[in-house]
Design a protein around this ligand. Structure first.
Ligand code: ADE
Length: 249
């Protein structure tokens, strides 16, 4: 069981996504629990203000510290502990599958979605354990990033995917990109499925898939090869390609 609390100004937006498809099913089954909190409910003045102007000047508005602190404290009180608190921000460390796998081992995560120009630094210093970015680009708010995190972490929780083994072959799991896949019909618009996949020869299929994974990674994301766990055989296959392309030139 894993629980993720999201602190947001748009809880309906988050619920709408988390109620669909694979994650929606896991939520209904109770394998993952999501609680989307309306930050405005924790505003303490009569106008329900959650943002204000920045000290030192500047155009934008910032999210105020106190409503965020009150919301996080409310979650801590309900649980009787201080769950890992993540702030989605382009200043954070960029999310990877390795980090996602680690986060999936926690039983509780709280995610703060930023808006406007950001959040008062004091509440980040006081409560936030980690800032996480989903990539080197900027979105209008933290909801989509929070949903990316919630989705990618939840699907690693045992029981969420129909077959617990099925993420082991996919892209990024072993540090390589996934091999190409094919389904029926055998012949589509004159293009046939690679012969080896029709052979029923399991070892040959595995060998072909490994080679294809290496080829995909070498041609599309060679940077990933630096951190991938490669066997001597993998290295041999790769050097064959890199050497032949050198001699081609
Ligand atoms: N908020 C805005 N842009 C973001 C990003 N790239 N990652 C996480 N949170 C964000």
């Amino acid at each position: 069981m894993m629980r993720i609390d999201i602190i947001t100004l748009f809880p309906e937006m988050c619920d709408a996504v988390l109620n669909e498809s694979v994650i929606g099913r896991a939520r209904k089954k109770g394998i993952v629990e999501f609680e989307c909190h309306q930050l405005r409910d924790f505003a303490y003045d009569k106008h329900k203000r959650v943002d204000d102007t920045t000290y030192g000047g500047g155009m934008g508005m910032l999210m105020k510290a106190e409503p965020i602190a009150l919301c996080y404290e409310h979650i801590c009180e309900a649980l009787g502990k201080k769950p890992h608190f993540i702030y989605m921000s382009p200043k954070g460390k960029v999310l990877t599958q390795t980090r996602i796998r680690q986060l999936a081992l926690l039983d509780h995560i709280v995610i703060l979605c930023g808006h406007y120009e950001g959040v008062d630094q004091r509440v980040l210093d006081e409560y936030v354990d980690e800032e996480v970015s989903i990539g080197d680009y900027v979105l209008t708010g933290g909801e989509l990033p929070a949903l990316v995190l919630a989705d990618s972490v939840s699907r690693m929780v045992p029981g969420v995917l129909s077959d617990d083994l099925c993420f082991e072959d996919e892209s990024h799991y072993s540090g390589l990109l996934e091999y190409p896949q094919y389904t029926k019909p055998f012949s589509w618009r004159g293009k046939e499925v690679p012969e080896v996949l029709m052979s029923g020869h399991h070892a040959n299929v595995e060998k072909w898939r490994r080679e294809q994974s290496l080829y995909e990674t070498l041609t599309k994301r060679p940077d990933l090869l630096d951190n991938a766990a490669l066997t001597d055989e993998d290295q041999k296959i790769l050097s064959r390609w890199t050497q032949s392309s050198l001699t081609d030139e």
